[in-house]
Design a protein around this ligand. Structure first.
Ligand code: SAH
Ligand code: SF4
Ligand code: F3S
Length: 434
């Protein structure tokens, strides 16, 4: 039996797919090269915005065609599965099994039942020990950085967001388990980990998040720790200090703000004002200058006026984010924001998004240009030269590097090399070995 897992969404979902792969490998399944030679295809889905959901349904359409030609099992897991539950079978009868985000350890059983000929196999139960998934079971992609879950779920209640429904309330992994997993990963050869949670910095697995970072940093041989995502209201002075002073914590912070307008933030139920957000950023003090800072924006939230949007643009200028990810508000089933009147024309929303993104490109370019001439460590992230002849690498600030290795020279995958930045564009830095 061969399996294929297709993944949409965030790093949590990427890592869940690694867990699913590990569960199937344990049962003797092998990875398929593509849909064509797979006996079971699993769609590990995201439902954060409508676009993500549309991609899943179009892939389901393709798989229906494939199923007409030959035997094939189709499973849907992830956030869309948790949200829609049985409804998925009605909308897409070609689905054989559905599994929610909190039931992933049930995968072998569900596949077995579907193989035995049962139809509409489903488990979207809330297994409270899901966050205790045996870490050695995950079958990681061969990337230079290893993903490590520290929290599942989210206890915030932003009015536009499906995550509290699709991932449930917060469950925290005990810090000793996290440290033990990182130690094992370093033994396997990883030099960098990314700690994951919808709200990593609300961590309460027996210590604070800042303490967890310090404890993970003590693992010998580990070079960089990253983490995502942080909520501004859980961003403490203690965490800012650790981020700035612990040399193993990569100099990068993603702190989603969503909007620059207090009125919009209130309707989003983000639990902070812009002054409070800026105060939190202030905790970084002079350390701010060594960090790269990124954020998320939602544009065109119900009731967003031109003045609200100008406040977002003003925030962009004030903070001068090194990068940002921005999206047009997408109404999601079951969320409180559906009740807000949303009468802004679609064209106006996309114009605003384009303005914001155009300015961000300039800010990112300026941020990248500031690195030109510097020599910094970067991790080699490709196993050879890619199209264009350069190698891929990544700096601690999370900047992509196109690295000229020199004729015939091979670079060590996953290791840090010192590179001299020679040029910068908005999307990557050019560099040579220092
Ligand atoms: N837990 C993280 C965010 C996870 S979702 C946090 O609170 O920061 C990632 C991003 O998707 C969010 O930051 C937000 O910008 C965006 N997003 C979430 N729901 C959305 C929606 N309904 N429409 C548009 N963007 C959305
Ligand atoms: Fe969603 Fe808000 Fe939780 Fe982030 S903090 S996952 S945006 S509810
Ligand atoms: Fe998407 Fe679920 Fe992640 S909705 S962004 S896959 S938590």
């Amino acid at each position: 039996m061969k399996y294929l897992i297709e993944t949409w969404g965030c790093q949590m979902n990427d890592h869940d797919s690694e867990k699913l792969a590990g569960l199937l490998a344990k049962e003797g399944f092998e990875a398929a090269a593509g849909v064509g030679d797979a006996d079971v295809v699993i769609l590990n889905t995201c439902s954060i915005r409508e676009k993500a959901v549309n991609k899943v349904y179009s892939e389901l359409g393709r798989l229906r065609e494939e199923k007409l030609r030959r035997p094939l099992l189709v499973g849907v897991t992830g956030c869309l599965a948790q949200q829609e539950k049985e409804g998925l079978f009605r909308r897409a009868p070609q689905i054989d099994f559905v599994m929610g985000t909190m039931a992933i350890q049930q995968l072998p059983r569900l596949v077995e039942e579907a193989r035995a000929g049962r139809t509409r196999v489903i488990d979207t139960g809330e297994y409270p020990d899901n966050h205790l998934f045996p870490p050695e079971t995950a079958l990681r992609h061969s990337t230079a950085k290893a993903l490590v879950t520290i929290i599942e779920g989210c206890n915030h209640a932003c009015t536009y967001c499906v995550v509290p429904t699709t991932r449930g309330p917060e469950r925290h992994r005990p810090w000793k388990d996290v440290v033990a997993e990182v130690r094992d990963l370093v033994e396997m050869g990883y030099r960098e980990v990314e700690l994951l949670g919808q709200n990593v910095n609300s961590y309460m697995g027996g210590c604070t998040f800042a303490q967890l970072l310090d404890r993970v940093a003590e693992v010998d041989g580990l070079e960089w720790i990253r983490f995502t995502t942080s909520h501004p209201m859980n961003f403490t002075r203690e965490l800012a200090r650790t981020l700035v002073t612990n040399p193993k914590v990569a100099p990068f912070l993603h702190l989603p703000v969503q909007s620059g307008s207090d009125a919009v933030l209130r309707r989003m139920r983000r639990e902070y004002t812009i002054d409070q957000y800026l105060e939190r950023l202030g905790y970084l003090e002079a350390g701010r200058d060594r960090l790269c800072l990124s954020t998320d924006f939602i544009v065109g939230f119900p009731g967003e006026t031109e003045a609200d949007f100008e406040a977002t643009m003003a925030l962009l200028e004030r903070v001068r984010y090194d990068a940002s990810f921005s999206f047009i508000y997408s109404p999601r089933p079951g969320t409180p924001a559906l009740r807000l009147q949303d009468d802004l024309p679609a064209q106006e929303k996309s114009d605003r998004l384009a303005r914001l993104q155009a300015r961000q490109v300039e800010l990112t370019l300026a941020s990248n240009r500031r690195m030109v001439g510097r020599t910094v460590p970067a991790r080699v992230e490709s196993r050879g030269a890619v199209e264009g002849g350069h190698w891929l690498a990544r700096t601690g600030e999370w900047k992509n590097v196109h690295l000229a290795a020199g004729e015939g020279r091979r670079l060590p995958f996953g290791e840090l090399v010192n590179v001299r930045i020679t040029d910068a564009g908005p999307h990557f830095l050019k560099a040579e070995i220092a």
